[in-house]
Design a protein around this ligand. Structure first.
Ligand code: GAL
Length: 326
């Protein structure tokens, strides 16, 4: 109890000081929410609504009742201090997938015409042979998401998924289709389906992520080594359809992406600067609830992208400036 009180006081104090100094983000550390609990949003993604960011991800809390799979949602206006909102998915096995079934990498799109939130996630059995996406909808960003169905996008196998919303508002699903590669496909007009392939990059990439920065698309992902980290790589193109450049490492290869795996790239544009953030997971396969996050501002521009060595950093959400502090 005392522990939670102290965390809550620290969190509040941070909030009060926010106007003066942006709060510090510490890659790889326990990341407490407003209740003092480590954030459970693994393999996640961000959805912005107005000036609030919502972080959705796998909730792997030890105390979650077994059998179901969980997605939690947190809210923040500065990307550093997160308020737990709701366990938005508490799904029982929807398709006789059996013991050890999988619900991973949830991503939420806002569908403006219907004002509906649409979640995609990877759904699978324990041997990863089902290889489908599950689709959920909700009328509010942090309400109970209702499971609609699951399918193979455009008939292809789909395991790790990623989300990309372009500056023109068009929404895309990125998915890993073994044996072919990394596919970028457009969502249907109601967002409930995937209706057009934009590109197949014949590379095996998981944790797929894309950002559109200064006139170039950057696509990034990890190699297929399960929970173990590997050197994540990126390529660039002038259009999503390609042609894409060769893939290059985002950090010195011996660093294995500093122990992390990509999940999303987020562009924060403020009054003075645009910062692109790498959102990654540091997986702890045997204690998944304790898996950490590696979020860092990237060095990006003119076709080059580098993940710097993790350090503590701050982000001024209004100016868009990030600062590495030690
Ligand atoms: C990773 C993937 C994770 C999870 C894991 C299982 O490569 O990115 O989301 O599926 O494999 O081994």
């Amino acid at each position: 109890m005392e522990k939670y009180l102290i965390s809550a006081v620290i969190w509040m104090a941070g909030y009060v000081m926010m106007a003066a100094t942006p709060p510090i983000i510490v890659p790889g550390a326990i990341w407490p929410d407003n209740r003092g609990e480590h954030i459970q949003a693994h393999g996640g993604g961000l959805t912005q609504v107005g000036d609030t960011y919502y972080w959705f991800g796998e909730d792997r809390k030890q105390s979650n009742p077994r059998g179901r799979r969980y997605v939690s949602c947190y809210a923040s206006t500065n990307l550093a201090q997160w308020t737990f909102r709701h366990q938005v998915v508490q799904l029982a096995d929807p398709a006789n997938l059996g013991r050890g079934w999988i619900l991973e990498r949830p991503k939420v799109f806002f569908h403006a015409p219907s004002r509906q939130f649409v979640m995609y996630a990877h759904i699978d059995n324990r041997t990863y042979k089902y290889a489908r996406v599950a689709v959920f909808t909700c009328a509010t960003v942090d309400g109970d998401y209702h499971y609609l169905n699951s399918f193979r996008p455009l008939g292809h196998e789909s395991r790790d998924i990623g989300q990309f919303v372009d500056d023109d508002g068009l929404a895309y699903l990125i998915f890993e289709d073994r044996p072919f590669g990394f596919r970028i496909a457009r969502l249907s007009t109601d967002y409930l389906n995937v209706d057009k392939e934009i590109c197949l990059i014949p590379e095996h990439l998981e944790g797929g992520a894309i950002v559109h920065y200064d006139g170039l698309y950057y696509a990034l992902g990890s190699a297929l080594t399960g929970w173990d980290p590997n050197p994540n790589r990126y390529a660039t193109a002038k259009t999503l359809a390609g042609p894409w450049s060769d893939f290059k490492e985002i950090a010195p290869p011996e660093k294995n992406t500093y122990g992390s795996q990509s999940s999303m790239l987020v562009k924060v544009t403020g009054t003075r600067a645009t910062t692109v953030l790498f959102l990654g997971d540091i997986w702890k396969p045997n204690t998944q609830w304790d898996s950490r996050y590696l979020w860092m501002p990237l060095e990006i521009g003119a076709g080059k992208l580098t993940l710097p060595e993790p350090r503590d950093w701050t982000l001024d959400i209004s100016t868009g400036e990030s600062r590495i502090i030690k």
